[in-house]
Each structure stands twice: as structure tokens, then as C-alpha cells.
Design a protein. Sequence first.
Length: 708
Amino acid sequence: MASEFIPSVCPHDCPSACALEVERLDDHTIGRIRGAKENDYTQGVICAKVARYAERVHHPERLTRPLKRVGKRGEGGFQPIGWEEALDEVAGNFKRVAERYGPEAVWPYYYAGTMGQLQRDGINRLRHIMGYSRQQKTICTELAYSGWNAGVGRSWGSDPREMADSDLIIIWGCNAVATQVNVMTRVSQARRARGARLVVVDPCRTATAEKADLHLMPRPGTDGALASAVMQVLLEEGYADREYLQHYTDFSDEMERHLAGCTPEWAEEITAVPADQIRAFARLYGTTPRSFIRLGIGFSRSRNGAHNVHAVSCLPAVTGAWQHRGGGALLGSSDLFRLDKRLIEGLDAHDPATRVLDMSRIGPILCGDEAALAGGGPVMALLIQNTNPMAVAPDLGAVHRGFAREDLFVCVHEQFLTETARMADIVLPATTFLEHDDLYQSYGQVHLQVGCRVIAPPGECRSNHQLICDLARRLGAEHEGFEMSAEAVIDASLQASGYPGLEQMKEQRWLDCSRSFREMHFLDGFGWPDGRFRFSPDWVGLGPLGEEMPAKPGHWAVIDAADEEHPFRLITPPARNFLNTTFSETSTSRDKEGCPRLQIHPDDAKVLGIGARDQVRLGNRRGEVRLEAWLTPAVLPGVVSVEGIWPGDAFPGGQGINLLTSSERGAPNGGALFHDTAVWVCSEDREQDEKMRDPSGICRDSILTPDF
Ligand SMILES: Nc1nc2c(c(=O)[nH]1)N[C@H]1C(S)=C(S)[C@@H](COP(=O)(O)OP(=O)(O)OC[C@H]3O[C@@H](n4cnc5c(=O)[nH]c(N)nc54)[C@H](O)[C@@H]3O)O[C@H]1N2
Ligand SMILES: Nc1nc2c(c(=O)[nH]1)N[C@H]1C(S)=C(S)[C@@H](COP(=O)(O)OP(=O)(O)OC[C@H]3O[C@@H](n4cnc5c(=O)[nH]c(N)nc54)[C@H](O)[C@@H]3O)O[C@H]1N2
Ligand code: SF4
Ligand SMILES: [Mo]
């Protein structure tokens, strides 16, 4: 068979949702993957890790047969078994647990390893029909979306393609070079066509910040103060659009008086961004109507993250930048699609009385923490698809203790023997997006797309949809969605949503779901009943922790601040060559990333006696990890950064970075806190020297760093 390029869609948890073309060499083999040129968001540009996907899909370590644990949990002993036996075992255990402890003791647990609507969310159909515990999806977007919706009231914003028409692009708390290449394509276009300027707001001098005309470096978790000071300048120096404020927002004299106190000098104290720089940025922003803020989810991962995101979302409401093409702001685009998910998720069987467990608290949940269990009994069985909590969940020590329970039954459906799969009683081999059918929306662009099977599944791999249907049959779960092929569910869901059916979608490849300029820019009103943007959000209405939140933008000082014992603030952002933990199994990505590294400012390293590439220890009350030091002025003094969610075995101590992150719930409605951790740092060599340590195990020398 001659090679040909087959249309597809990147399924990974990335805002870009690139339209792909996959070279099929034969029914079992792919060659290169390239971006679709005709798609006006992808424009032929994709990231390197997906361009070399053949390495992942044809990896010798792909799981191809069901496995059953032999020996003790976590020791890694497995033997191949047949699918029938494996399914009997899983269904038998779910029945046993449900009979003995009630159905809520079974917890189907998933996230966005694939973003395909069916293969990702179909697990909820089984959950709802069986009455298994529900899951609050807090690990990624909760804080950011709460913060955005608080003001705007709807999860969309200016069309990302408009960035090419901007005169000023502000990338706020997002390393787009690594996490959303297509934003950078737009930046280049706007620069070429209009001489547009780029401002990046990030505590680190990332590859994205390197490209900026102006880089503001706030301390992590202080963006609310920075944005409020920008508003102060805009209001004081006459850059606010008073008519817009009056017509489109709840802005009041009281708000103006409050913001008048948020001077750049006040913000400099909190953020470390020089007051002059804040003024210069505010003036640039205030004098550029076509100013587009691309908010990243990155800066929301703090205790005050939602509050900070809201403060940033206030800026275009002050200047009225929303009124202009190439102006406004964007955080996510999910509300554009309005898919009817009844069939996929079994929403008709959904019982709101069933308990909801916060996925980011899987550690405390599995360890039996009463509050985390939401007033119910223990979780005794897990069905896991599309996620790797043994590496990605916060408070990893608790996660590991929980998974080690001998009385817990764990089934993991995976493409690789991840750290989570290694803890399973039954491991089931999963297809990749190249081997199954799905429907894709996006959280960073506007196209609805379908991607169909390109090659045959290797070995005995089954898709998520097929597994859910197979289990449903054994558990006696009844729903029409379990009787239909993936293609039929996709087709019916498309039609129920008022979209063209599957055949037509295959032909046209994607559907542009953006709305009119007026709607995307909220010129007929924002998403609240009165149509007004809210400078004063109803935080209480947005979640149970809303009561604690300040009513107005500013600095909400609830972060895990540095103290004498923990003088550094740790952030743990994505690595360019991984996608969460995906691609940490391919050698090209691993080689490019090298090893887990602690980025630390040379001045801090000097005080601690740490040299380049020294082994260092990093810790807090939750534990400690060991890794290599990388001395770089790319981080602020007092801030340390570890990029990428490396597997535990990449660290000399055997445990990953999330050992240090907290599973507390961010306000108003939960949300994980990956960039909000106070830590101590010390050199590994010094550890040997008992004199350097006090009885609490804290390195004395770390206390010598400048206070922060
Ligand atoms: N320290 C720290 N921790 C973090 C973050 C951070 O920035 N710092 N980021 C957080 C964020 S934003 C997120 S979204 C989470 C993501 O964490 P995860 O959800 O674990 O991330 P992924 O690596 O995208 O996907 C997990 C698994 O899905 C599997 N998978 C992919 N497609 C399929 C499929 O079709 N079927 C099945 N059965 N499996 C499939 C992959 O093989 C992969 O092992 O991590 C969070 N954890
Ligand atoms: N290559 C690659 N791409 C990915 C991922 C990956 O792991 N690797 N993960 C995917 C996933 S799941 C997601 S959710 C998206 C996220 O992608 P985006 O929404 O684009 O956000 P990130 O790039 O994660 O944001 C990380 C940046 O935020 C900065 N940051 C951290 N704390 C603060 C703060 O307090 N203030 C400010 N201003 N900046 C801060 C970090 O220094 C870092 O540069 O990316 C997706 N794309
Ligand atoms: S990971 Fe993101 S940038 Fe890379 S191909 Fe997929 S959607 Fe595009
Ligand atoms: Mo994410």
C-alpha cells in the first residue's frame, strides 16, 4: 500500500487541539505527522513531540495484553491474562465492593489523557447508571475558570485567530512556546504585519519571555496586585474608557476608591515588579486599543489563583479593549461548543444525590480522610482511564500510601505501564487516538473536529468506549450508549447538538464554532443576567469557599508564603517535550529534557553553597525530593522551579515533585495548587554534615537566603 496522509486531530490535553495529517504506511504503521495547513488555527504548525508520534505509538513498551498482578501490590509483577478473564475479575470486584459497601465505594477516576469527548467522558455513563461516586474535575482548570467566569460569566473570549490583528499581545502566566505553539504563530504574524509588541508576565524568563519586548516578573501568586496596580494607573492617568465602564460593567465609585489605593509602589512591595515598569506597561496597555491578553492557566494554580485570574480579566473592561478587533482577552473557549452529552455521559441517569469526590484530593480520599470522603464511606475500588494520579496528583505521599492499600481493588486502562498502572490489580491495554474514533472540541481554539481510526489497534488493545460497554454488560448496566458503536454515539451526539452528522464532519474535517464579533467580544453583554462584567464578583455563588474571598481585586495574601524554615517559593510548570506525564516514556523527549532539575537563581545558590549540577534536596513538611541544581537567572531570587512531571524513578529519591505540593482546595470551588509551595533547599553534600542540620531535619544554611 502506498503511503497516504489521513486527517486526524491531536487528542492531547493541550489548548491547541491541532488538526493533523497522519502518514499511514500500512494498516499497522504510521510515518510522520504534520499539521493541517488548511486549518486556519493550526496553519500547518504542530509541536515536535507530536510530529514524531510514531515513536510513541509504535513504542516497544506499549501495553498490548491484559495483565493481572502477581505478588505484592506495587512490586511490578504481572502475568498476561485473557480479556474475558480480566473483565470478569474487574466486574466481579466492583459487584463485591458495591454489595458490601454500597455503590459509592466504587470510584471511576479519569482525566484528559485524551480530550476526545467519547473516549474521555464515556466513563461517566457507567458511573451514573451504577450510582458510583462522582468526581469533581479540579486538577487543571477549576481555579482559572472560576476566576474568569467570576467577571465575564462565560468561558470564551476574543477569537484567538484575532491575535494576528493585535498591536499588543500580552501572554500572562503561560509559557506558550512550550504549551501552545499556535499562540506564538499569531504573535509572529502580528509582529510582521503590524509591528505588534509582546508583553509576557511570568516569574520565570521562559522561552516565551525571551521573545518579549517587555517581560514583567512578578513573584508567584501576586498577579492580583500587579493587575490592580495597572488598573490604578489606567484610572488615574485617564486611560479608562468611562463610557464603556458605565455601560458594560458594575464599576462603581467605591471600586474606584478601592483601586486608587493599589499604587504601583504598593504593588512593587508585593510583586517585586518595579513601579516604573508597572507604569510603563499600564501606559502601553492604555494607549493600545487592539490589546489582546492571552491568559494562561499557569498563573491560576495558587490558593489565590481564581482571585488573581479575575483581577487580570478586569483590564480590558477598564480600557474597553473588548470593543476592538484584535482586542480583548481569552482564557478558554469551552463554552462555544455546547455539545449534547446525554448519550456520551448518560446524563439522563445522573443522580445529583450521589456523592462527589474532589479528584485532586485522591491522596486523602484513599487514605480515608473523613472530610475528603464527603461524609461517605471509604473508596474500595477504582477504575482509572486517561490519567496517571500516582505522578500528577498533589500530596503524592498520601496518594502513594492510598494506592498501596491491600484492601483496595484497582483497575487501570492504559497505553503504557505508568506508575499508576503499576499499582493495579488488573491492567488493560488501551488504544491511542490513531486506533479509535472520536469527537474533539478545544479549550483554546474554536474548531469542532472528528478524528477517526487511522491504523489497527496493536495486539489486544481496546478503546475506552469498548471497555466501558464490555463492563456495562457484565455489571448489568443498561443504556442505549452501551449498545452503540463509537461512530454511532458520535454521530448521534453531533446531530443532537444541531451539528452536521459524522459523515459530513469527516468530509469537512472541522467546523468553525466561533460566533459573531459582537458575541465573542460581549458587545451585547457579558454572561451574567444583567449583561455586565463584574469587578465585584459573587464569589459565594461560585463555590463553597467563596465566603473567604475578598470582594474586590487586589492581593489576597493566602499563598503558602515563604518563612524562615521555607525560604523559597516552588513552582512546577509544564516541560516543553512532555505533555503532563505523556511522552515521559519516549526516549527522544526524555533525552531533550535531560533530568529533573531545580532552577535556582545563582545568588541564592551561592548563599547555599550550591554549584552547577550539584545534587540538592528540596523539601517541606510533606517530604523531600532530590534532584540536580541548575543555576540560572531565569528565575527570580527566592523562587525555584522544577519543570515537567517526571516519573518518580527519574529522581534519586524515587519520588516525584508532587510529593511537595498540597492537596488543599483552592477557593472558591476547589482546584489544585501546583505553583504555590514554600520549600527549603539545601545541597546534598551538606546533608552529610550533621552540624548543618537541626533536629527538625531542616538545613540551617537554607535559612541564610534573603527573605522573600
Ligand atoms: N506538579 C505538577 N503537577 C501537575 C501539573 C503541573 O503543572 N505541575 N499539571 C496538572 C494538570 S494541568 C493536569 S491536566 C494533570 C494531567 O495529568 P494526567 O491526566 O495524568 O496527564 P496526561 O499525561 O495527559 O494523561 C495521562 C494518561 O492518559 C493516558 N491516555 C491517553 N489516551 C488514552 C486513551 O485513549 N485511553 C486510555 N485508557 N488512556 C489514555 C496516557 O497514556 C497517560 O498515561 O496533571 C496535573 N499535575
Ligand atoms: N509541552 C507541553 N504542553 C502542554 C502541557 C505540558 O505538560 N507540556 N500541559 C498541557 C496542559 S494539561 C495544560 S492545562 C496547559 C497549560 O498551559 P497554559 O494555560 O498555556 O499555561 P502554562 O504554560 O502551563 O503556564 C505555565 C507558566 O506559568 C508561569 N507561572 C506559574 N506561576 C505563576 C504566577 O503566579 N504568575 C504568573 N504570571 N505566572 C506563573 C510559569 O512560570 C510558567 O511559565 O498546557 C498544556 N500543554
Ligand atoms: S500537543 Fe498541542 S501543540 Fe502539539 S500537536 Fe497536540 S495540540 Fe498541537
Ligand atoms: Mo491541564
